[in-house]
Design a protein around this ligand. Structure first.
Ligand code: TXA
Ligand code: MG
Length: 320
């Protein structure tokens, strides 16, 4: 079996694979990651190959604690200390200057993206292996991120081992914050909200594009991403979409129930709460793909900051 329980035996097998410079998929509180020894060229090459990830897109490195993170950084700014104290382990990735004695993880950047995941299995794996683990989301490049072990298996059947930690509780990727400049800069909106971050750091620079949803500041933030096989159409009022002419089967994905309109269509009604919505979003997209849906009409979420990460993912899912 590829999918294994994260007991002593499963963790032992995972550690062995990582030490042999192979790769292992493991759960985190955000999404499942495809883990590899961060400073093994061979293992990192395997991550890029399995994901079909473009070589210019760098990877996040997961570590077991703040001390381990500092050890990989050339400079550890005060803001990093404060943010780590408040939010690690948790869904926040910090971009800092990479320690000069270390090789680049992926493309030759002078920076490194670090986070301590808040998941027992991930932490056990980091501790038992004693390795910093580079881990992008465990899906093919541009596809929907996995929130269960089964999603990983379907998207990446060639991964040698998947540790099963059940469904990811947050269901959306970490927030990525760049601390290399004067003001912290948001590179990717994610599970940790801006309001909580600002309470610790004060002002956060938002690239203009974040406002209209076409943010490209993090190298990995290409327009099309997080996309299901189906065509995604975003609509303020889904009832106004003429669905008769769309390729079928057509589905509706909404945060409120859309009576009458969706009766004859496949419907996924998530939540009016942005956190609950985020937790279910990728699983819902996976379900719609599995159901063979050809077009998904998505009710565009409110334009408030709480919905920033969800809006970002939906816009990318809808980009062509
Ligand atoms: O929640 C998450 O962050 C998940 C779990 C597995 O931890 N990981 C994840 O990794 O989403 P990935 O590779 O799918 O996304 C990493 C993002 C990309 O947008 C990448 O471009 C950016 O972080 N990134 C990585 N290293 C960077 C760096 N040195 N500077 C700027 N952006 C970086
Ligand atoms: Mg990803």
């Amino acid at each position: 079996m590829l999918i294994v329980e994260p007991d002593a035996d499963g963790l032992g097998r995972a550690v062995e694979l990582l030490r042999q410079e192979s790769v292992v998929a493991f759960p985190t509180e955000t999404v499942y990651g495809l883990g590899a020894h961060a400073f093994s060229e061979k293992a990192i090459a395997e991550v890029y190959r399995l994901k079909n990830r473009p070589s210019w897109n760098p990877l996040i490195v997961h570590v077991s604690g703040v001390a381990e993170a500092r050890g990989l950084a050339e400079r550890w700014p005060d803001a990093a200390n404060e943010l780590a104290a408040q939010f690690w382990p948790g869904p926040l990735t910090l971009v800092v200057e990479r320690a000069r004695h270390l090789g680049a993880v992926g493309p030759r950047l002078e920076t490194i993206a670090l986070r301590v995941p808040a998941h027992e299995v991930a932490l056990k794996l980091l501790e038992a292996s004693g390795l910093p683990l580079a881990a992008p989301s465990a899906n093919r490049s541009e596809g929907i991120s996995p929130t269960t072990a089964e999603h990983v298996l379907r998207g990446l059947p060639d991964v040698p081992l998947i540790l099963d930690g059940g469904p990811a509780s947050l269901g959306i990727e970490s927030t990525v914050l760049d601390l290399t400049g004067e003001t912290p800069k948001l590179l990717r909106p994610g599970a940790l909200g801006l309001r909580e971050l600002r309470e610790v750091t004060g002002a956060i620079a938002l690239p203009d594009e974040v406002v209209d949803g076409a943010m490209r500041s993090s190298p990995g933030m290409g327009a099309r991403h997080y996309a299901p096989k189906a065509t995604v159409i975003l609509a303020k009022d889904v009832r106004e979409v003429e669905h008769g002419d769309l390729a079928g089967p057509v589905a509706v994905l909404s945060y409120e129930s859309v009576e009458d309109f969706s009766d004859e269509l496949v419907a996924e009604v998530l939540s009016v709460d942005p956190r609950e919505y985020a937790a279910d979003l990728y699983a819902a997209l996976h379900r719609l793909d599995d159901a063979g849906v050809a077009t998904i009409i998505v009710q565009a979420p409110p334009e408030t900051e709480e919905w920033l990460a969800v809006r970002d993912r939906l816009r990318r899912a809808a980009a062509s």
